[in-house]
Design a protein around this ligand. Structure first.
Ligand code: PLP
Length: 399
């Protein structure tokens, strides 16, 4: 049998076995949810688990406070509101992220101003922030994408000097560190997500973290329909939302949280090994991590693909070939600056111009990005070897 023949050309695939499934759970999650059902205290206001998780997760992120909410998007919306972002304001963020980041600003009538990425790390490039600041700019929203912390030294320095708030979109960065400090409360507020694909998940869920007592109080009020702490049930002192988390979510989160440190260590070890092995494959660049990222959450392992070294094969054809070899993978985010939804959102808030073009993230999104999701990194060494083997096989056949 010719093992060099690509699966996409009718050859046999490198692997037939599936990768580890997500989520990982056992009786602990089942018992935790059962207990909540039996307790009859199903909501945050009646139970204890939401508050227990808030304290535990905030401490893990080295933050003074945590406020659990329904999802990461709600956490971003609340945070922007709490930071005083209003209709007509501008919020600087990265052009390469999940659409929820700019959507949170648009939902408040504020304009997301996209700043292009560093082509090596795929993260917001601090060197490009200042040219995007105007007299309407209120906040900078760095996104610790894929679990890698942004250059918070540079971002916080600009924010302080220019009088801007900083909201960390840490929706993919549980446990991630910049220079030995956990992300989330390095700026004014941080938002995390516990949606199904996330490294710690409750189906849906989110949390806000902060070191600022007044911002915590405001965030708490905004997530609880604008109530006042200690006030009457129907006493509302501001326009807010019901974005409260359920005790079911918190029960699952407490159980999943117990698994996070060990899983993070496995992902990190596999990511390191995979990076080393793939570094020698022509046309493939493993993710470059700033040495100041002292802990990485490895939500996505992003390979940068260069079709030149693959005989001109497009990125999308490469993805098809890789999938045929038994490696699940995807193209990742669509370019936000060209997104139909974002362009419509700009029109809805009455912006006079569309999003600023960001050529690096547009190129990465359309032609270069190859995503491997976190569950692949929970596999064994042999699982990583099969990824390397599949990529190498395709490169040899086409290159
Ligand atoms: C970077 C980023 N921001 C925001 C969100 C929104 O979180 P959620 O899906 O929990 O609303 C997500 C996750 O989906 C994300 O990855």
């Amino acid at each position: 049998m010719n093992t060099n023949k690509l699966a996409i050309d009718g050859g046999s695939p490198v692997r037939a076995r599936p990768f580890p499934e997500w989520p990982v759970f056992d009786q602990a999650e089942i018992d935790a949810v059962t207990e909540v059902v039996r307790s009859g205290a199903w909501g945050e206001l009646a139970g204890t688990r939401v508050h227990e998780f808030e304290r535990a997760f905030a401490a893990y992120q080295q933050a003074r406070h945590g406020v659990c909410v329904v999802n990461g998007t709600a956490a971003l919306q609340i945070a922007l509101r709490a930071l005083g972002v209003r209709a007509g304001d501008e919020v600087i963020t990265t052009s390469y992220t999940f659409i929820a980041t700019p959507n949170a600003a648009l939902s408040l009538g504020a304009k997301p101003v996209f700043v292009d990425i560093d082509p090596d790390t795929f993260l917001l490039d601090p060197a490009r922030i200042e040219e995007a600041i105007t007299d309407r700019t209120r906040a900078i929203v760095p996104v610790h994408l894929f679990g890698a912390a942004c250059d918070m030294d540079a971002i916080l320095e600009i924010a302080r000097r220019r009088g801007l708030a900083v909201l960390e979109d840490a929706c993919q960065a549980w446990g991630a560190e910049w220079n030995g400090r956990r992300v989330g409360a390095l700026g004014d507020l941080g938002a995390f997500s516990f949606q199904s694909s996330k490294n710690i998940n409750a189906g849906e869920g989110g949390i806000l973290v902060t070191n600022d007592d007044a911002l915590e109080d405001l965030a708490w009020s905004l997530h609880n329909v604008g109530r006042r702490r200690g006030g009457e049930w129907y006493e509302h002192v501001r326009v807010g939302w019901n974005y409260r988390m359920t005790e079911f979510q918190a029960a699952i989160l407490l159980a999943q949280f117990a698994r996070l440190p060990a899983q993070t260590a496995v992902r990190a070890a596999n990511a390191r090994y995979l990076s080393e092995c793939l570094a020698g494959v022509p046309g493939i660049r493993p993710p470059k991590v700033d040495p100041r990222v002292t802990a990485h959450a490895w939500h996505v392992f992003l390979l940068r693909y260069d079709g030149e070294a693959f005989g001109g094969m497009t990125r999308d054809a490469f993805l098809d070939a890789l999938r045929a070899e038994g490696i699940p993978c995807g193209p990742g985010y669509f370019p936000l600056t060209q997104s139909e939804a974002i362009i419509q959102g700009f029109e809805e808030i009455g912006a006079t111009e569309g999003p600023r073009p960001c050529p690096i993230s547009e190129r990465v999104a359309r032609r270069e990005a190859v995503y491997l999701t976190q569950n692949l990194l929970l596999g064994a060494r042999e699982d990583m070897d099969s990824i390397v083997e599949a990529v190498t096989k395709i490169q040899r056949a086409r290159g």
